[in-house]
Design a protein around this ligand. Structure first.
Ligand code: MG
Ligand code: MG
Length: 266
């Protein structure tokens, strides 16, 4: 069932999503070669709790069974696509890491992700990140009242495949509200004019997961981490937004992150 949100509920979702953006900015401040992904998780967890919120990822039940998610952010490095578990992995010059963060504040969820460069990253991989972020905004451009969920996926898929990248099929965006994952499912591929109708008051997260090589993914032994089968690098950017009659109202923000990144933003 798709829950339409009132204006008051959308404002609560905005607060939660802005906290996610600020949390990712705190992570950006300490992200450099030599830091472990567990250290990034600690920074995020403390910042979320200091701001009176709960990290929604921590304890999240694995749909495939196994252990609940043990951390407050997902850190997916290089060929890892999403749901990477923070640990003693040391980030090194040339890595890319997707950091995905979710919070619950006043009963409403925030969810947003950004893929960061660690030190100097090859132009080939930087371009993958750039195109993935562009694809996110192209998808958001389709997220308008009266269009359909398939229009979003179609636009993202076309743009990324035109750049010869792979579009991961197994994971997708989603509705967001009191629960982090609500209906509808918002795939990054699809047919124009297909899928649920977008209505004013719907709140969704769009999150392209794009690969430099083949789009096939596998689940690692930790039951969480999703990585490319061919180990090619992947990128992941995510915004949460409310559907309105005009341009989507983006509730999350990359502004805080990009202020930290400064001239390294592309
Ligand atoms: Mg997310
Ligand atoms: Mg999400």
């Amino acid at each position: 069932m798709i829950f339409l949100k009132t204006e008051d509920e959308i404002e609560l979702l905005r607060k939660s999503n802005l906290l996610v953006g600020k949390t990712l900015a705190e992570v950006a401040k300490v992200l450099q070669p030599g830091v472990t992904t567990a250290e990034l998780d600690k920074v995020a967890d403390e910042f979320i709790r200091d701001n009176g919120a709960e990290p929604t990822f921590k304890g999240y039940q694995n749909p495939y069974g196994g252990i609940p998610f043990p951390a407050s952010i997902c850190t997916s490095v290089n060929g890892q696509v999403v749901h990477g578990v923070p640990g003693d992995v040391v980030l090194k010059d040339g890595d890319v890491v997707s950091v995905d963060c979710g919070v619950k504040l006043n009963g409403f969820c925030g969810d947003s992700a950004y893929t960061f460069c660690v030190g100097e990253v090859s132009e080939e991989v930087r371009n993958l990140l750039k195109v993935t972020k562009e694809a996110l905004y192209i998808g958001i451009g389709e997220a308008v009242e009266g269009k359909r969920v398939g229009d979003i996926g179609y636009a993202i898929q076309q743009y990324c495949e035109d750049h010869t990248y792979g579009v991961v099929r197994e994971f997708a965006g989603h509705g967001i509200g009191r629960e982090m994952h609500e209906d509808p499912f918002v795939p990054n591929f699809g047919k124009r004019g297909s899928g649920p109708l977008l209505k004013r008051g719907m709140c969704i997260a769009i999150e392209p997961m794009i690969t430099l090589g083949d789009r096939k993914v596998v689940l690692e032994n930790d039951d969480w981490t999703v990585r490319t089968l061919d180990f090619s690098p992947a990128a992941h950017f995510e915004h949460s937004m409310a559907i309105t009659s005009g341009k989507a109202d983006i509730l999350s923000s990359f502004q805080f992150i990009e202020e930290v990144l400064g001239d390294k933003v592309f």
